[in-house]
Write a protein that binds this ligand. Structure first.
Ligand SMILES: [Zn+2]
Length: 321
C-alpha cells in the first residue's frame, strides 16, 4: 500500500521550531510580503495608496508620507487590532493547518499560553478568511451531494424507564442542523447548513451549473433534482459504488467533519456549525498540500480579507453583555 501523504517528508515543510527560530522581525517581514506582494513587502498606505512611508521600527508601524496616516501590516485586514506577536500568529496558523481534523481552542490556548477567547476569535477570523476562497463559486462537472445531521444531542436518562425515544420529533431539542455538502469530483467542496435535509435540494440549483451530473444517495428528498440535472443515485443498502454512481467523496468529507466535531470540539452550536463545516471543506480540498503551502495560503487569505463584520469588537460586545 502506498505511503499515506501525511507520513511522507514532502508533507512537512514548516515547523514551529523554524517559526520561533525566525523571530519577530522575520515573522513581520513574512506578513509584509503576504500583504504587499506587488512591492515585495514594501508598505502601501491603506488610506491613500501611497507607497512612500516612514518606518517606525520600534512599533512595527508605518507613517504615510502623503496623508500622515499611521498603519501596520495588519491594518484594514481581518487581523487588524491584533495583540499577539507576529511569531505567535504564525505559530497559531501552523498549528491550525497541521491539525488535519481541526483542534480544540483550549488546546491551542495552552499551546500558545493565551486566553481561550483570544484564540477562539483569532481562529474564527481565519475561518472567515478561508471561506472567501470559495465565495460565489459555482460547481460543475460531476458533483456529489449528501446531508448529515450535527448537534442537538439528547442526553439519555439514567434509568431505562425514564428514557425517551430520541427519534421522535416531540423529544428533539430543535438544535440539530443538517450540513448539506456539494462536492465536485477533482474540484471544490461547498458546505451549507440548513434546518432539514430537504432544504438542501432547493439550494442546489443556485450553486450547481446547468449540465452538471449529480450523484446522490437513495433519500427521497433528492428526487426533485432529476427534473433539473442528469442525476445518478446509489442505494447504500445495495452497495457503496455501482457503475460509477457513488457519493464516496461526500462521505469522506463527512468523515473529516464528524471527527472534527466529535473528537475535537465535542460540542457544536448551530450558530457556529457552518464555520467548522467550511474549515473541514477547505482542509479536504487542500489535503494533499504540504504544511508550508497551507500556512502560506491561510495567511495570504487573511491578509487579503477586510476587517470582519462578525468578529470585529467581539471583546467589547462580550464585556458589555
Ligand atoms: Zn496615505
Amino acid at each position: 500500500m502506498a505511503q499515506h501523504f501525511l507520513l511522507s517528508a514532502t508533507a512537512r515543510t514548516l515547523s514551529l521550531k523554524a517559526i520561533y527560530r525566525m523571530g519577530e522581525e522575520k515573522s513581520h517581514e513574512a506578513f509584509c510580503k503576504m500583504r504587499w506582494p506587488e512591492t515585495n513587502g514594501a508598505p502601501i498606505c491603506p488610506c491613500c495608496g501611497c507607497a512612500a512611508a516612514y518606518n517606525i521600527t520600534t512599533r512595527r508601524r508605518f507613517k504615510c508620507k502623503a496623508c500622515h496616516n499611521q498603519y501596520s501590516v495588519t491594518s484594514g485586514t481581518i487581523l487588524a487590532s491584533r495583540k499577539m506577536s507576529f511569531t505567535d500568529l504564525l505559530a497559531a496558523i501552523c498549528i491550525c493547518v497541521n491539525a488535519a481534523k481541526g483542534l480544540s481552542m483550549l488546546q491551542l490556548s495552552r499551546d500558545l499560553n493565551c486566553q481561550y477567547k483570544t484564540v477562539f476569535v483569532l481562529v474564527q477570523k481565519l475561518r472567515e478568511a478561508l471561506a472567501s476562497e470559495v465565495a460565489g463559486k459555482r460547481l460543475s462537472g460531476d458533483v456529489e451531494i449528501d446531508g448529515a445531521h450535527f448537534g442537538g444531542h439528547i442526553r439519555p436518562e439514567n434509568l431505562v424507564e425514564n428514557r425517551k425515544d430520541r427519534r421522535l420529533s416531540k423529544h428533539k431539542t430543535g438544535k440539530s442542523r443538517v450540513v448539506v455538502i456539494m462536492r465536485e469530483r477533482k474540484g471544490r467542496t461547498l458546505p451549507f447548513v440548513v434546518r432539514h435535509e430537504y432544504d438542501g435540494a432547493a439550494i442546489i440549483p443556485e450553486i450547481v451549473s446547468t449540465g452538471t451530473r449529480i450523484y446522490a444517495d437513495e433519500a427521497t428528498h433528492w428526487d426533485p433534482l432529476h427534473g433539473k440535472f442528469k442525476t445518478y443515485r446509489i442505494n447504500h443498502s445495495e452497495g457503496y459504488s455501482i457503475d460509477g454512481a457513488n457519493t464516496n467523496q461526500a462521505e469522506s468529507y463527512f468523515s473529516r467533519l464528524r471527527r472534527m466535531v466529535s473528537g475535537q470540539r465535542h460540542h457544536v452550536s448551530s450558530q457556529y456549525l457552518h464555520c467548522y463545516a467550511l474549515e473541514a471543506a477547505w482542509k479536504e480540498d487542500h489535503r494533499r498540500e504540504d504544511n508550508a503551502t497551507l500556512a502560506g495560503r491561510m495567511l495570504d487569505l487573511a491578509m487579503a480579507h477586510p476587517v470582519s463584520g462578525n468578529w470585529k469588537g467581539y471583546w467589547q460586545r462580550a464585556i458589555c453583555a
